[in-house]
Design a protein around this ligand. Structure first.
Ligand SMILES: [Zn+2]
Ligand SMILES: [Zn+2]
Length: 199
């Protein structure tokens, strides 16, 4: 079992070993801008200013402690739900707003980025690499990683539906996600994308 905590340590998540999932690096400006806005770039961003996360289903991620401190924001009305600690603001996970889609991306702290923490897999899918900084190695819009990720989610979803585990998780109260996301205002959003562009 591996645990992940926010910066203040009040929230702790745990992930069983050998669960199915996909290790992903994302360089999109939303992920980067959000991490910077929440004051956690040193904790979460790699040296090319990307995040590393593990995509799986919510029932595979347990909230060991601090569940009452979880809060969520969305950058835009239809944007992903970005879960974080309400006390120290550390981003912890992303889900879709629609709680019937059993998908979660848990953000891995920098000390768990590859080559560390091989329990999350040793292969990585890179998405939105054209935004990587400072030395983007793969120019052009290559979204193959994103497509693979979506298929990965669908196949995991189908498996969980069959086994009836979809709604049973620490993130979901049986009807909806355990917290509602606050949507950022236009000026908050503009500031976030400005921050994403600075090194
Ligand atoms: Zn915290
Ligand atoms: Zn992203």
């Amino acid at each position: 079992m591996t645990s992940i905590t926010c910066k203040c340590g009040e929230i702790e998540l745990s992930i069983e070993q050998n669960i199915r999932g996909t290790r992903v690096q994302c360089y999109c400006e939303s992920c980067r801008g959000f991490v910077k806005t929440m004051g956690a770039p040193d904790h979460l961003l790699n040296h090319e200013q990307g995040i590393e996360c593990f995509h799986t289903t919510p029932n595979d991620i347990k909230i060991n402690k601090g569940a009452e401190l979880l809060a969520a924001k969305s950058i835009s009305q239809k944007g992903a739900m970005r879960w974080h600690c309400d006390k120290c603001q550390t981003p912890l996970a992303d889900t879709r707003r629609n709680s019937s889609i059993p998908f979660i991306a848990v953000l891995l702290p920098r000390e768990s980025h590859l080559p560390n923490a091989p329990e999350f897999g040793t292969k990585i899918k890179v998405i939105h690499q054209y935004h990587a900084r400072p030395n983007a190695t793969n120019q052009g819009r290559n979204n193959q990683g994103l497509h693979n990720m979506i298929w990965g989610v669908l196949s995991r979803w189908a498996i969980k539906l069959i086994t009836g585990k979809v709604r049973k998780s620490d993130w979901h109260n049986g009807k909806d996600w355990r917290v509602a996301a606050t949507v950022m205002t236009k000026s908050e959003r503009d500031k976030l994308y400005k921050r994403a562009k600075t090194l």
